[in-house]
Write a protein that binds this ligand. Structure first.
Ligand code: AMP
Ligand code: MG
Length: 319
């Protein structure tokens, strides 16, 4: 049963995975409106609910086991639905086991450190799922598309020599490998929106009064750099999809499909970790049974000695 479910999820997400070592050209290799054979939103909604149930169950186990941690890295173009996706991912989970951090333009203090410093400070703990809304990948995306960002980083001359981006890819890969080796799995999601769908979503933000707050003129300016971003993303996917931390390119033109795919990629990682509720030792179990007998002896007249076991000695609830 477990294996069957794992296989189904693995098959569903396979088309989104960027094979390590492959060269990616975003526009050619990934279709933003792909639906993986789920033709109707109605069928998608049922799958979506199953995905949320899976996340709920496995997040509880991950937290109880307190050994592995999961970092979800979310990158996208503007209006691709990052915020809605995070809301959806959070819908079934215990807030105590999840953290979300949004990364903006770096502060003066942050610029005074190495580029990974501010991200390291917000990594999830063991047992936790940490979500990065934008991430250290901005350091090879927006910083690359607008190189004046790099000038602000106060790097010594020697650190700007040669191919800065290739070096950053390597440093990111090394860092992710280090984290993975130490029990932190990294789930990297790129929400892939088409240029036309972005145009429609921007218009929607203008046309609907209660969406006006979401609209930013800066986003429309960034749209002017569409091709540069497509190239930068293609390069990132080519150079930083690794065996230990592969990228998933999520078709984002249909929100319901995007959420389904994101949920299942995360579920896949949790199924792979396969965390378990800790089992107590035999000695500890004996102590528990002794306490149980003491509590049963205190039952008032007429009350069940133990309403959970109907008097069974092994402490197991009746089937
Ligand atoms: P938002 O996610 O819409 O709140 O916007 C956050 C802004 O921060 C975006 O315009 C990003 O491009 C920008 N940003 C995020 N990380 C960096 C970075 N490392 N350097 C420069 N700008 C960044
Ligand atoms: Mg924005």
């Amino acid at each position: 049963m477990q294996d069957k479910r794992f296989k189904r999820v693995a098959e569903f997400i396979e088309p989104f995975r960027v094979k390590p070592g492959s060269k990616v050209t975003l526009a050619k290799d990934f279709d933003p409106s792909f639906k993986a054979g789920v033709s109707k939103k109605k069928d998608g909604v049922a799958l979506l609910a199953e995905g949320v149930r899976l996340l709920t169950e496995y997040q509880a186990r991950l937290a109880a086991q307190d050994s592995w941690g999961v970092l979800v890295v979310l990158q996208a173009l503007d209006a691709a639905g990052k915020d809605g996706t995070i809301r959806h991912m959070m819908s079934g989970v215990n807030p105590q086991g999840v953290s979300v951090h949004s990364f903006k333009v770096p502060s003066a203090e942050e610029l005074d450190h190495d580029f990974l410093w501010r991200f390291a400070r917000h990594l999830p703990a063991r047992g936790e799922i940490g979500i990065f809304n934008r991430s250290y990948y901005e350091e090879v995306l927006v910083v690359r598309v607008h190189p004046e960002n790099l000038d602000r980083q106060k790097l010594p001359k020697a650190a700007k020599k040669g191919d800065v981006w290739k070096r950053r890819y390597r440093e990111i890969n090394d860092w992710e490998r280090y984290l993975t080796d130490n029990g932190f799995r990294i789930v990297k999601l790129f929400l892939n929106l088409s240029r036309e769908e972005q145009r429609i979503r921007f218009l929607r933000r203008i046309d609907l009064a209660d969406h006006n707050w979401k609209f930013s003129t800066a986003d429309v300016e960034e749209r002017g750099y569409w091709d540069a971003y497509q190239r930068a993303f293609s390069d990132v996917l080519t150079h930083t999809s690794t065996e230990w931390a592969p990228w998933y390119v999520i078709p984002a033109d249909r929100k319901w499909f995007e959420r389904l795919a994101v949920g299942l990629v995360l579920a896949h990682t949790l199924l792979e970790i396969d965390p378990h509720f800790p089992k107590v030792s035999k000695q500890r179990r004996e102590v528990l049974l002794e306490v149980k007998h003491g509590l049963e002896a205190q039952a008032p007249a007429g009350a069940a000695r133990d309403p959970f076991t109907n008097g069974q000695q092994d402490g197991k609830a009746p089937a």
